[in-house]
Design a protein around this ligand. Structure first.
Ligand code: SF4
Length: 578
């Protein structure tokens, strides 16, 4: 069937503030892919635009819109990118006043009235899950005379100067009825569930998704993974609020990944009270390399105030089990909470010492629309959502609590970060992995990758962490006690080169090459070590195998020049230039 006439763009816009965590937020939410695939399934011409960085080249916005001439633009709006959406919507209306602007996502679901009251460029807001509602709206806009706009459930809009909200849309109970977005798109953020069993007071998820967690079937989820894997994706983010709510379902997924031979790695998010040895066993075997847990605070009192509903024992248990299986346990902590003091910060530090997370993200507690904390604040202060007319991403909790000062909260953050960085070497030293033979290759991989983090990854440029090369070396050596691993050999080879210990470097790299003779990096590195002790002929034997590589050709030329063989050097120079 030919595509229908309407041209639809779905845009993920840029944020208000410049981000340091750009990798974490640069990916459009999975929801935009579901909406787009429902439209595709109904033969609409739809395009997803990740415009999270287009503000770096704003002239492209107008040019693109003039060129594409969309009839409808849907925006995927989170709190931090709402101004980006408003700005792009304004440009779109200037380019073509007839274009219909639709806002959807978590923030518009809670601020629909605010958006329609203050921003004339927005024509419609989708409230709640958008897949069916957006499709119904598009059908209406295509043939407005055929039905009444009021009949479309789950939207808000302006009519005769008044804001109208229609009846709520039905919850999508049968998630598998949605088309698998991987049929049409390539992405690597997936979700198995909608909703969360938690009811944390700082989180908008419970109000957005409703009281029950809904699931895709094992078959749907594995089919999605397999389709993406066949399109070349082998690293995934499972971005569910709590991936492991249904233990048996997750174990089945893991068994399916293994049975189908999908060579993938993935990271997930969960709650500490939904973890157990058997689920971790299968998750690790099926490629899980990291689980993030919201711990929030070491103070029980604060966790209760935030309605976190997790015990210290559950936290300790989840972290030690996760690490034991060679999965990197990552913690989220929040500071600047109700009743926060230097003592509660010390409680958090004490908990960090016990649970030893290998990565922590510390956040200042902030209020967002749709959260219980925000609603309470509005009510207490007699405020309205107009507060979001300020160009801010969030409201810091300390701004609403006279018992907390900004300076104190900033000091809390600095203390937590610096204490954690001091603790990292002992946290790494204390790593103990489960002694199961079948896990040895996975343990080698875990230790090697962690070593790389200190050597040239995330932690490498962090001056607050001391002895990074020593930590990396220890991890590489630990990896090799489990199983040969190319990254461990390479890491040790490079570390020895840095210390000018070329003979040691040659020894360890030669050992590695016995296991991985075709590994290009090991060969390059070994050749370089030989060059450093004047062994140019020997070095050539490692480089000549990789003449497709620019680096190898350059090294070959250097070797022949060092051997005074100008003729051969010029042959390879010509190859390099061709
Ligand atoms: S913070 Fe996490 S656990 Fe708590 S309600 Fe939100 S998604 Fe669930």
């Amino acid at each position: 069937m030919r595509p229908k006439k309407m041209k639809i763009l779905l845009i993920y816009p840029y944020w208000l503030e410049k981000r340091t965590d750009i990798q974490d937020v640069a990916v459009p939410p999975i929801g935009i892919y579901y909406v787009a695939s429902v439209l595709k399934e109904n033969h609409y011409d739809v395009e997803i635009l990740n415009w999270c960085r287009i503000n770096e080249t704003p002239e492209e916005i107008e040019k693109f819109l003039i060129d594409k001439k969309p009839d409808i633009i849907g925006f995927s709006i989170l709190q931090a990118n709402r101004w980006g959406g408003i700005e792009i919507a304004g440009i779109a209306k200037r380019v073509d006043p007839k274009v219909k602007i639709v806002f959807g996502g978590i923030t518009p679901t809670f601020l629909w009235k605010h958006f329609l009251t203050h921003f004339p460029e927005i024509d419609f807001v989708i409230i709640g899950e958008g897949e069916h509602t957006f499709l119904n709206l598009v059908k209406f806009l295509e043939n407005p005379s055929e039905r009444k706009i009021e009949a479309i459930r789950g939207i808000a809009f302006k009519k005769d100067g008044k804001i109208v909200r229609t009846a709520p849309a039905d919850t999508i109970h049968h998630l598998d009825a949605l088309p698998v977005p991987a049929k049409y798109f390539i992405y690597n953020h997936l979700s198995l569930t909608r909703g969360c069993p938690g009811k944390c007071k700082f989180c908008g998820s419970p109000k957005f998704w409703g009281p029950k967690v809904r699931f895709h079937s094992v078959e749907y989820f594995v089919d999605e993974l397999e389709r993406l894997y066949k399109k070349g994706i082998n690293f995934f983010y499972f971005s569910d609020d709590t991936f492991s709510v249904d233990k048996n379902r997750v174990i089945d997924i893991c068994k399916n990944i293994l049975e189908k031979g999908l060579k993938i790695t993935w990271v997930a998010i969960s709650r500490v009270n939904y973890m157990s040895e058997d689920i971790l066993y299968w998750m690790r075997k099926a490629g899980c390399i990291q689980i993030s847990f919201g711990v929030e605070s070491g103070s029980k009192k604060i966790r209760n105030l935030l309605n976190k509903k997790i015990s210290t024992a559950e936290i300790e248990n989840a972290f030690s089990m996760t690490l034991k299986y060679g999965i990197l346990p990552r913690a989220y902590f929040i500071y600047g909470c109700p009743e926060e003091t230097h003592d509660t910060i010390q409680e958090t530090i004490n908990l960090i010492k016990k649970i030893r997370p290998l990565v922590i993200h510390f956040f200042v507690l902030s209020l967002f629309p749709g959260t219980a904390l925000y609603e309470r604040y509005k009510e207490k202060e007699g405020l309205t959502d107009d507060i979001w007319l300020n160009k801010i991403e969030d409201i810091k909790y300390y701004e609403t609590d006279p018992k907390l000062s900004r300076e104190d909260v900033l000091t809390f953050g600095k203390t937590l970060r610096s204490r954690y960085h001091e603790l990292i070497p002992e946290i790494v030293d204390a790593i103990e992995l489960v002694d199961k033979k079948e896990f040895y290759p996975l343990h080698a991989d875990f230790c090697s990758k962690l070593g790389m983090t200190f050597d040239h990854g995330d932690y490498a440029n962090n001056d607050a962490i001391l002895g990074k090369e020593r930590i990396a070396e220890k991890l590489y050596r630990k990896a090799l006690t489990y199983h040969p691993h190319p990254s461990a050999y390479l890491g040790l080879g490079i570390l020895n080169q840095k210390k000018s210990a070329y003979h040691e470097s040659i020894k360890i790299l030669s050992e590695g090459i016995q296991y991985f003779p075709d590994n290009e990096q090991l060969n390059m590195c070994l050749g370089v070590s030989h060059m450093n002790i004047g062994g140019f002929k020997k070095a050539l034997s490692f480089f000549l195998k990789f003449q497709h590589s620019k680096q190898a050709l350059e090294l070959i030329i250097n070797c022949y020049l060092a051997l005074n063989d100008v003729e051969k050097a010029s042959i390879y120079q010509k190859k390099l230039e061709s």
